[in-house]
Design a protein around this ligand. Structure first.
Ligand code: PGA
Length: 229
């Protein structure tokens, strides 16, 4: 039986008080989750709040600095995250697109994350991105989670029809050929309605939801739909 990995990515959303409301509603809605691994990636400012809320979910960050601690104003180094997060999204397509993050920057961030014991969730939209990373460090293929996010599906909704999932599954198979046995998950307009189209494919070990994770009801229904599979 599949033990799905469900990631929520809040992106640049939520004040502290909105995060508190999310926590209260999520607690009331979720009930008992028995088989999924739930990872929420909120903003850095929300980490402590979510940790104290004891929701039974793992926490991740949406990015880390490519530098270690030191004189890098505005950066969040992996050392600063000690005790706050277990996972780190690295190389998200929105960072590649809006902040011109290259494969080289992504490489350094994966390296930083690994050095601090954070589990990298490496995001790729093209096979060449994975190949470039692994060329520099073949050992990256053995840790963490790889997140496939097709550019046309990120924050665009509506996607996720069985045929879209099938195309994504094909990409995942090619990715698996170069990443050995690490889990590959899917991200891009995942909703409670289409989540099982992805999870029912053998290629995907889980999903990442951005928009759908912002609403605690939607995020909980997405998890519960995955649990029923
Ligand atoms: P989305 O984001 O669900 O809003 O498309 C997906 C992601 O960030 O991986």
């Amino acid at each position: 039986m599949k033990k799905p990995i469900i990631i929520g990515n809040w992106k640049a959303n939520k004040t502290l008080s909105e995060a508190k409301d999310w926590i209260a509603t999520y607690k009331q809605t979720i009930g008992s989750v028995t088989k999924s691994t739930i990872i929420l990636c909120p903003g850095f400012i929300h980490l402590q709040l979510l940790q104290e809320a004891k929701l039974g979910i793992d926490l991740g960050v949406q990015d880390v600095s490519r530098f270690s601690s030191g004189a890098y104003t505005g950066e969040i180094s992996v050392g600063m995250l000690e005790g706050l997060a277990r996972y780190a999204l690295i190389g998200h397509s929105e960072r590649r697109k809006n902040l011109q993050e290259t494969d080289e920057v992504t490489f350094h961030k994966v390296k930083q994350a690994r050095s601090a014991g954070l589990i990298p969730i490496v995001c790729v939209s093209e096979l060449s991105q994975a190949e470039n990373l692994l060329r520099g460090a073949p050992e990256f293929s053995e840790t963490g989670i790889w997140l496939y996010e097709p550019l046309m599906a990120i924050s665009t909704g509506p996607m996720g029809e069985p045929e879209d999932a099938g195309v994504a599954g094909k990409f995942a198979r090619s990715l698996q050929q170069i990443t050995s046995s690490v889990p590959v998950i899917y991200g891009g307009s995942v909703t409670p309605e289409n989540v099982t189209n992805y999870l029912s494919l053998p290629e995907f070990s889980g999903v990442c939801a951005g928009g759908a994770s912002l609403d605690p009801h939607k995020f909980a229904s997405l998890i519960l739909a995955a649990e029923k599979l």
